[in-house]
Design a binder for this molecule. Sequence first.
Ligand code: PHE
Length: 450
Amino acid sequence: MATSRGEFSSRFGFIMAAAGSAVGLGNIWGFPTQAASNGGGAFLLVYLVLAFVLAYPALMAELIIGRHAHANAVQALRLISNGPKSYKVGTAVGLAGIVAVSFILSFYAIVAGWMITYLCGSLAEIVGLTELANWFVEFGPVRNIGSMLIFMLLTIGIISEGVHDGIERWSSRLMPVLIVTLILLVLYVLTLDGAMEGLRIYLIPDFKAVMDPQLVVKALGAAFFSLSLGAGTMLIYGSYIPDEGNLPVLGGWVTLVDILIAVAAGFLILPAMYVAQHNGVEIFAADGSLLNEDTLIFTVLPALFETMGGMGILVSLMFFALMTIAALTSSISMLEVPVSYAIENHGMSRKRAVFLAGGIIALASTVILLNFDSLFGLVVAGTTRYAQPLLGIMFCVFAGWIWHRDSILQELRKSEPDAENGLFWRVWPWYVRFVCPTIILLIFVQSFIG
Ligand code: PHE
């Protein structure tokens, strides 16, 4: 099977693709805004701990299962099952991942579409088309559906080219652009008046907040969403890693890049908020709390850019280009999940599978947009708060309890003959068996109690 499927052609290509999946709106928008409204440095601290001790081992579970099977999640979980019961559960978990990730993409494409409209708005502003620029940034059905469709078409275009020519090539092009743009923006914003106040909030933890159980719940959600876990995306990317690839090292790189970019985005967003305040933009709501996640990107930042004169338009252009790129390298990984399933389990051609899956998801996005107030929040919560942690637990259960240990070791030995004496093998098997599912479950239950 492996030969007829695509494969990543280099270590760099895989890291860019998987880091591209991981780095998205979750890092550049979600993480910094949650940090801003949840104790600043405290959130950063908890996020860092959770990313290393929980998200990395869970990521490894998906990568190893995927690489072993060289197949989509449904096939992969069936392959490592040890009896008819786990075979059925594996099928159900794989299918649930496909449904979950499709719903994630359906709301993600809406938000990513807005990034494109703000990007177009900045361009229109540059050429003096102020009225058009205003239309681009106003909430309206034509703009919303149109921009979502454009974003979906970009995603479809890349995925229809396959693993090497589509995913790997575009991730390897876009990720370096993203990193350079982010660094330039951070450096610029840090020179502005008011930035240091934001930096202080970001870096000094409020230790009272660290003890808040709800903060831990939110930080875990952020880490899981940010590393694209519990959706089968990392499993499918893992399935395209050639056998020579050293999985623990590759997974480590992906985690590191993901965390570094989230942390770097914090150095952009929090200082930017306080620069905005310094320039007279309101960043606190009437009750004294920070304006929340939903309004920040689309109100506070554009208001800030406006106070910056000509430079503001350029910064705005760079910022929304950054967001669009980040979203695109993530959305392609999401669409690949249903597409690989349709190809491998239903014998569809890639082109057909891509258009079918992309079309259904675009339809779901349209339904959400037409019933925005009742559906949007529901889909976000249903997928990110419930589906992702639960499926994450199931991937850990499969790797820790159902899959035969010897077979896992064999898999690791393919690239590292001495794997059983390494640190990874001494810690990870029992860790993913006991620690990961228990802690994820505890935090999950806590999210209902709190
Ligand atoms: N990791 C992506 C982000 O941070 C979102 C994502 C979730 C991607 C699930 C794939 C699967 O924006």
